[in-house]
Design a protein around this ligand. Structure first.
Ligand SMILES: Cc1cc2nc3c(=O)[nH]c(=O)nc-3n(C[C@H](O)[C@H](O)[C@H](O)COP(=O)(O)OP(=O)(O)OC[C@H]3O[C@@H](n4cnc5c(N)ncnc54)[C@H](O)[C@@H]3O)c2cc1C
Ligand code: FES
Ligand code: FES
Length: 471
């Protein structure tokens, strides 16, 4: 057992003892470390003013410091805008490009943009305008306008990345991190077995994955989390493997980790993932957390229902397989028993003849929660529907499969008339609600129209009308 968080702040080793496990990295930087270059805008992962970079020795990733808790720094290097200072010149090339392109006015958003761009520049390749837009979708600027910022990004990324010596991450993290502070306990098990044992012993603990939902329980709802079990050190549950026609995603894998394999098999799923939150959110958020959160408007469950994913649930040494559509039992309720957790998500690769379409309907292209999310896997042979699965989010208390609409199409000719009858059958599948995102009527209409859209798109000669990020 170890009772202090070991990490590098820039190049300086730090050991934090007696620290609240829900102290955010932003609070630590500004309040304890005196590094005030990192700003707070929204404290909920939306604006990017607090963007910092976490280096785990393999990758340097931009994250939102406002919703990452300090124990997540364990074993990593934390870089802030202060650490970009150059020994020989006043400004880092990213900062210089921002100056040269007049990409800053009040400057409040600028350190966050600089850190997102630093992470982009350190990643492989020379990004084009679309890649820059994607990397900056989680950074808001209210006064400059994005053209000069994107121009600065293209200038900065045209030059090779910094070749500053890789940080020596030789930090002693060999023992399980366990913090006790002011009535709060935090444990970071180091394997799935240890996680299973810990949750069995503490079934009331909050399971913390990337914290992109849980972080807001603290910063927005001011909840006092008494007992936290974190996935950060459970590396054997973050793997991704593909064999025998199944993609196995460890529940601790982040969206960015899973993106390549999922978009290779299901291009529409890749597009959907690239619209979940922002790069900063996807660098931390997990697919397991999206399912475990059991929100009716989570984006992954509808897609995973349509592709026929199965969840591997684990409690102690026992495991059971549950089709994802059977996982949700009511509004934010699931079949998980006390001490049980999602260990893995098994996704079948598309079989020959299958097509997959999914659509996210939201007010904005980037950084927005769906009003309706819909996904369809179809097998149409000789003009007949041989197989169909439909998953919807935002139209009921849980993400759900549209069984009535599926039944209206299965074995029927794939024609406008049968599709329209399935659109009518959707009425019996769901009872959407009205809220700030959309009215019940809008959700009902959109759900049916998305089924019609898939009919048009799945027809052989119809042009694809998929939305791409505006360039
Ligand atoms: C700015 C912002 C934008 C966002 N945009 C989107 C969006 O576009 N679409 C979308 O769907 N979501 C969005 N989200 C929500 C969030 O990012 C996702 O739900 C994310 O997948 C949560 O994963 P996490 O690892 O951060 O989970 P956490 O916050 O760590 O956990 C979420 C819940 O899942 C539980 N949990 C975590 N792992 C497991 C497990 N292995 N087994 C059982 N339970 C588990 C936790 O106990 C908790 O109840 C956004 C959030 C923010 C802050
Ligand atoms: S302060 Fe807005 S994303 Fe962190
Ligand atoms: S320069 Fe003012 S918010 Fe971006």
């Amino acid at each position: 057992m170890r009772d202090s968080v070991h990490f590098l702040l820039g190049d300086q080793k730090q050991e934090l003892r007696q620290v609240s496990p829900t102290l955010t990295v932003l609070e630590y930087l500004r309040g304890t470390a005196g590094l005030t270059g990192t700003k707070e805008g929204c404290a909920e992962g939306d604006c990017g003013a607090c963007t910092v970079v976490l280096n785990d020795g393999k990758q340097q990733r931009a994250v939102n410091a406002c919703i990452v808790f300090v124990p997540a720094l364990d074993g990593k290097q934390l870089l802030t805008v202060e650490h970009l200072r150059q020994p020989d010149t006043a400004l880092h090339p990213v900062q210089q490009a921002m100056v040269d392109r007049h990409a800053s006015q009040c400057g409040f958003c600028t350190p966050g943009f600089v850190m997102s761009l630093y992470a982009l520049r350190q990643s492989d390749g020379t990004p084009d305008r679309t890649a820059v837009n994607e990397a900056l979708a989680g950074n808001l600027c209210r006064c400059t306008g994005y053209r000069p910022i994107v121009d600065a990004a293209l200038d900065a990324c045209a030059a090779p990345p910094d070749n500053r010596p890789a940080a020596n991450l030789a930090l002693d993290t060999s023992k399980t991190l366990t913090l006790n502070h002011a009535g709060q306990t935090y444990i970071a098990p180091r394997s799935t077995d240890e996680l299973a044992e810990t949750l069995l012993a503490h079934p009331d603990a909050v399971l913390l994955a990337g914290g992109t939902d849980v972080g807001l329980w603290v910063t927005k709802q001011h909840r006092d989390l008494k007992y936290i079990v974190a996935l950060d050190a459970v590396t054997d549950m973050a793997g991704i493997d593909e064999s025998g026609g199944i993609i196995r995603i460890g529940a601790g894998a982040t969206y960015e980790d899973a993106l390549d394999v999922l978009q290779a098999h299901y291009p529409d799923l890749g597009l959907l993932i690239r619209r979940i939150g922002s790069r900063q959110i996807r660098n931390r958020g997990t697919i397991g957390g999206n399912i475990g959160n059991a929100s009716p408007i989570g984006d992954m469950p509808p897609a995973l229902i349509a592709v026929g994913a199965t969840l591997v649930l684990r409690r102690g040494t026992g495991r059971r397989n549950v089709p994802i559509e059977d996982f949700f039992t009511g509004y934010r309720r699931t079949v998980l028993a006390a001490g049980e957790f999602i260990e893995r998500i098994d996704i079948p690769v598309a079989a020959p003849g299958q097509s997959f379409h999914c659509y996210k309907t939201a007010k904005r292209f980037d950084q927005d929660i769906s009003a309706v999310c819909a996904a369809f896997r179809t097998t149409i042979l000789d003009g007949t529907v041989r197989d169909i699965r439909m998953g919807f989010g935002g139209v009921a208390a849980t993400p759900a499969r549209a069984r009535n609409a599926e039944a209206a199409l299965l074995g029927k000719p794939w024609t406008e008339a049968t599709v329209r009858s399935a659109m009518a059958a959707l009425e019996a599948d769901f009872t959407p609600i009205s809220d700030m995102r959309a009215s019940a009527g809008y959700r009902r209409t959109i759900a049916a129209n998305l089924l019609f859209k898939v009919f048009l798109e799945a027809s052989a000669d119809a042009p694809r009308t998929r939305l791409e990020a505006p360039v």
